[in-house]
Design a protein around this ligand. Sequence first.
Ligand SMILES: CC(C)(COP(=O)(O)OP(=O)(O)OC[C@H]1O[C@@H](n2cnc3c(N)ncnc32)[C@H](O)[C@@H]1OP(=O)(O)O)[C@@H](O)C(=O)NCCC(=O)NCCS
Length: 187
Amino acid sequence: MNLTTERLLLRPFRADDGEALHAYLSHPDAVRYEPYGPHTRQESARAAADRAHDERFVAVCLADGTLVGNLYVAPEGPPQWRTWTVGYVMNPGHWGHGYATEAVRALLTELFVVRGAHRVVARCDPRNTASWRLLVRVGMRREAHVLQGASFTTAPDGTPVWHDTYQYAVLASEWGGEALEPGRMDG
Ligand SMILES: CC(C)(COP(=O)(O)OP(=O)(O)OC[C@H]1O[C@@H](n2cnc3c(N)ncnc32)[C@H](O)[C@@H]1OP(=O)(O)O)[C@@H](O)C(=O)NCCC(=O)NCCS
C-alpha cells in the first residue's frame, strides 16, 4: 500500500527498516499492550525483513522519509464479509502530533473507498486510553467490552493473566471520516 496524506507517506516495509523499527519496538511504552515484549536489535531486524514480505504491515513515514510507526491491516472473516481489522504502533518520540489519527483516517478511506469495505474493526485494551481515543477520533464506535477474552502472559504459577478488550467498528454506511460527539467517547 502506498498512500500520501497531508504530512505522511504510507508505504510497504523494506528489509532495511530494522533500525527505525527498533527505535520503537525496543521501547516498553510502545509494546505495553502488544502480545510481545520489547524487541532486541536482532528481533527488530528480523521483523523488518519479515514485514517486507507481509502486506499487512504498512510503514508510516514523515514527508522527509523518517519512519515513525506502522499500521496493521488484515482481512477478517471470509472475503465476502468485506471486513478488515486495523491496528497501529507509533514511535513514542512522535506521539501527540496526530500522526496516528492521520494515518488511520487515510487507511479507512482506502478500505471504504478503494477496496469497498463493508465494516472495519479495531480492538484494544481498555487501559490503552490513547488507542481508543484515537478510534473515537476517526469515527469508530465502541461495540463491545469483552471480559477476559485475551491472555498474552502467565502468572508465576502458570495460570493465564486475562485481559479485557474493547472492540470498535465502523460500517461503510456510518463512515464519514468524522469524529463522534465527545459525549459518546465512553460508549
Ligand atoms: C495508540 C497510539 C498510536 C496513539 O498515539 P497518539 O500520538 O496519541 O495518537 P495521534 O497520533 O492520533 O495523536 C493524538 C494526540 O495528538 C494531539 N494532536 C496534535 N495535533 C493533532 C492533529 N493534527 N490531529 C489530531 N491530533 C493531534 C491530540 O490532541 C492527541 O493528544 P491527546 O491525547 O493529549 O489529546 C500510541 O499511543 C501508540 O503507538 N501506543 C503504543 C502502541 C499501541 O498501544 N497500539 C494500539 C494497540 S491496540
